[in-house]
Design a protein around this ligand. Structure first.
Ligand code: BDR
Ligand code: CA
Length: 371
């Protein structure tokens, strides 16, 4: 005979089984990380993130790919070339998607990042001769650089296309993606911007064999800076990159303030970049993640279950759970087996980062960006 306590016991038993099946966590990994490639829709916080990454002596950056998101694909590419040139560096750059996989392109990033994505800090750059097959570039990087991490700072369109075209190369590759939210959104009340921009791309990534680590809005919104202080300190670098970042970040903060966001400012992509190299600073948890791909009110919403009680209704619909409830109090019913079978139908598909150590992330960010 089923009693209410049995449900808890059943869930606990299945928890043990799931832990045994779960993918290994990233805990314990510190710098130096292996090689990385950065996929970016470079806007203002992407520029902060990339500048920080360029300053990491122990990290091999094997290239960049660009993607539509905060701004058009062409603007993103010109912004990347502008930043890399200002830093006096040279890297392979490959142009990527100009549109999301299925839905229409959002152009609302301009309200925060300006019409060119960098609030007019963009410089003329010749993008005509660049290679244009970002999925091929991602797959080639995975083939040629064992242990590669893809750091995805924008919508996941290029990554999804790489998975479709080169599944064997992408299988097992570590993907640190800035995107998704467990509680609330920033593009809509329920959706984070990067996933809103191309929800089908996240769906493809979640269905793939990549090792996905999602740095969510819940986590990156915990890392905030005093904007006036950061603008002053960027200016004090006294170099071209500092001037570019001070100009664009200043306008980005003013745009957010005009939209009612006073006080400290989040630096989403920079927080994700620091996490990618220092995963111990984020509490990565194995989770089942689903995403709303319909172009309606919930477009881009991520539903994230990192605990067992929430996984079950994400897998079994109400008809199935109601049928189980009907049988629960009859002699011989085996809830353990029934719940376990449900959970095993859909294994976890990502590690989610819901918390970041703000103090430690900011110390690394400021140490290596502001000098
Ligand atoms: C993400 O949205 C974009 O505006 C930022 O560049 C970042 O990648 C944060 O939700
Ligand atoms: Ca971005």
């Amino acid at each position: 005979m089923f009693r209410p306590g049995h449900l808890i016991a059943a869930i606990a038993l299945v928890a043990i089984a799931l832990v045994a099946f779960a993918a290994p966590t990233q805990a314990g990994r510190k710098q130096p990380t292996g090689p990385i490639i950065v996929d970016t829709d470079i806007g203002v916080d992407d520029a902060l993130a990339i500048t920080w990454l360029l300053g990491q002596p122990n990290v091999e950056i094997v290239g960049f790919t660009t993607v539509v998101g905060n701004t058009s694909g062409d603007h993103a590419t010109r912004n990347l070339l502008t930043l890399v040139a200002a830093a006096g560096e040279q890297y392979p750059v490959t142009v990527g998607a100009a549109d999301p996989l299925e839905l229409s392109r959002t152009r609302t990033g301009a309200l925060i990042h300006g019409p060119d994505g960098l609030w007019f800090a963009q410089r003329p750059a010749d993008i005509a001769g660049l290679p244009t097959d970002a999925p091929a570039a991602l797959a080639a990087a995975a083939r040629e650089h064992p242990g590669l991490t893809i750091v995805a700072l924008g919508p996941l369109t290029n990554v999804a296309r790489a998975i479709a075209a080169y599944p064997a190369d992408m299988a097992g590759v570590r993907l640190v993606a800035l995107g998704g939210a467990q509680r609330g959104g920033n593009r809509t009340p329920v959706a984070e911007f990067n996933i809103y921009a191309d929800p089908d791309a996240l769906a493809a990534v979640l269905a793939s064999d990549m090792q996905v680590e999602l740095v969510t809005l819940d986590a990156f919104s915990q890392v905030t800076v005093n904007p006036e202080q950061l603008i002053r300190r960027l200016g004090r670098r006294g170099d071209a990159v500092g001037a570019l970042l001070a100009q664009s970040f200043g306008a980005y903060v003013r745009a957010q303030q005009m939209q009612g966001e006073a006080g400290r400012a989040a630096i989403p992509d920079a927080a994700a970049a620091v996490y990618a190299l220092y995963p111990d600073l984020g509490g990565a948890q194995s989770a089942l993640v689903k995403v709303v791909v319909d172009d309606g009110l919930a477009r881009g919403q991520t539903v994230i279950a990192a605990d067992l009680a929430n996984r079950i209704p994400m897998i079994a619909d109400d008809a199935e759970l109601s049928a189980l409830a009907d049988q629960a109090f009859t002699p011989g019913s085996d809830m353990n087996a029934a719940l376990g079978a449900i959970l095993l139908r859909e294994p976890d598909n990502a590690q989610v980062i819901l918390d970041l150590d703000e103090g430690a992330v900011l110390r690394l960010f400021e140490r290596d960006l502001l000098r």
